[in-house]
Design a protein around this ligand. Structure first.
Ligand SMILES: [Zn+2]
Length: 336
C-alpha cells in the first residue's frame, strides 16, 4: 500500500508527500476524529520516511525498508500506543520505549521514526517527551496522532507540523467498506457510510454489528406506520422498543432523522437515486400521498427529535420524554 492507495485525505497526503522528497523536519502531528485513519496514514508516512526510494506518493513498496514495514518488523520504526483498558500511556514507557532509544543510530534506514498516540499522553507523558521534541537527534522523526489537540501542551503544538484529516465523502467510505468486505450489501454499505459521518473506522465498526441495519428497518417501519398507529400502541409496544434500546437512544434519534431526510428527498424529488432502501420507496411515496406530508411537516418532525435529544441529555424522565416525542411525531406525521 502507498499514499495513493489510501482512500481520500488528498490534502493531508499532499502535505505529507512534500517532506518525503525533501527535508522532512522532526515532528508531525496528525489531527482528526477517532477512526478517521490517522494511524494508517501515519504508518504510510513512516514507510515513506524510511524507504530508500520515496516519492511524493510514499514508499516504493519494494525496497528492504518497505518490506520490513509491511511485515511490521522494521528495526528503525516504533509505535507507542495506548494499551486497551489503559487510561494513559505510562511515563515509564515513554522513557524506555522512546527516550532511551532515540540516541541509538538507525540500523538499516537513514533515520528512525516513532509513531505516538498523543491522545494517550497525559501532561506528565507530554512533558517527558518535550525535551526530545525540542532538540531531537538529527536522524529522528516523530509522528504524533491526536483526536483532541486541546489536550496537548502548547509547547508540543508549537514543535510539530500539524496536518489535519477531514471526514471522507459518503462515496469514499462506501469504497473503503467494499474494499474490506466485497460481500457487503451496497444498501448496507451506504447506510453505514451515511451514519458514520465520513469516519471510515466508525463505519467499519458499524459494519461488524447488526444493530444499525435492524434498527433502521424497525424505525423505517415505525415512521411509515406512525400515522395509522393508535395512541395505546405507541405508548406500549413502541415505547418498549425504545426502552430496550435505551443505550443507543442518541443513535436512534440520528437514524430517525436520516429516515425523515429520505422522506424529504422523496417529497422533493420522488425519482431521486439517493434513497437508502429502494424497496421502501413505494411504501414511502404512498404514505406521503395518503397523509399529505409536506416538507414543513417533516421539518417540524425533525424539531421534535432535536427536542428529545436535548431532554435526553438533560437527563429527564426517559419514559415521559419518549412518550411525548412519539405523540408529537404522530401529530406532525398525521393528516391534518
Ligand atoms: Zn521503499
Amino acid at each position: 500500500m502507498s499514499f495513493s492507495e489510501l482512500i481520500g485525505q488528498y490534502e493531508a497526503k499532499k502535505r505529507l508527500g512534500v517532506p518525503l522528497v525533501g527535508q522532512p523536519g522532526h515532528a508531525f502531528l496528525l489531527i482528526g476524529p477517532s477512526g478517521i485513519g490517522k494511524k494508517t496514514l501515519g504508518r504510510e508516512f513512516a514507510k515513506g520516511l524510511l524507504c530508500s526510494h520515496p516519492t511524493e506518493n510514499g514508499g516504493c513498496g519494494t525496497c528492504p525498508n518497505c518490506i520490513y514495514m509491511r511485515e511490521h518488523t522494521h528495526p528503525d520504526y516504533r509505535e507507542l500506543l495506548l494499551a486497551s483498558g489503559e487510561k494513559n500511556i505510562k511515563v515509564a514507557d515513554v522513557r524506555s520505549k522512546i527516550l532511551s532509544d532515540v540516541g541509538i543510530m538507525a540500523q538499516i534506514a537513514t533515520r528512525k521514526v516513532y509513531l505516538i498516540d498523543a491522545d494517550g499522553l497525559a501532561e506528565e507523558g507530554q512533558n517527558a517527551l518535550l525535551k526530545t521534541l525540542e532538540e531531537p537527534p538529527a536522524h529522528v522523526v516523530f509522528i504524533l496522532t491526536v483526536s483532541d489537540e486541546s489536550k496537548l501542551l502548547p509547547t508540543i503544538l508549537s514543535r510539530t507540523v500539524s496536518v489535519r484529516l477531514i471526514p471522507n465523502t459518503e462515496e469514499e467510505v462506501v469504497r473503503a467498506l467494499m474494499q474490506k468486505d466485497p460481500e457487503i450489501l451496497p444498501d448496507d454499505a451506504t447506510l453505514f457510510a451515511r451514519f458514520s459521518g465520513g469516519v471510515i473506522g466508525y463505519a467499519m465498526n458499524l459494519s461488524q454489528s447488526s444493530w444499525l441495519v435492524e434498527d433502521w428497518e424497525e424505525l423505517t417501519n415505525l415512521i411509515l406506520r406512525m400515522p395509522e398507529m393508535t395512541r395505546t400502541e405507541l405508548l406500549t409496544d413502541t415505547y418498549s422498543f425504545f426502552e430496550a434500546e435505551k443505550e443507543h437512544f442518541v443513535d436512534l434519534l440520528a437514524l430517525m432523522n436520516m429516515i425523515l431526510d429520505e422522506m424529504a428527498i422523496t417529497i422533493a424529488d420522488p425519482k431521486s437515486e439517493r434513497l437508502h432502501d429502494a424497496g421502501k420507496k413505494d411504501k414511502m411515496i404512498s404514505v406521503i400521498r395518503k397523509h399529505k406530508l409536506t416538507l414543513a411537516k417533516i421539518g417540524r418532525s425533525s424539531v421534535v427529535l432535536t427536542e428529545a435529544a436535548k431532554a435526553f441529555q438533560a437527563n429527564g424522565d426517559f419514559e415521559i420524554m419518549v412518550c411525548r416525542m412519539l405523540l408529537a411525531l404522530k401529530k406532525e406525521l398525521s393528516n391534518g
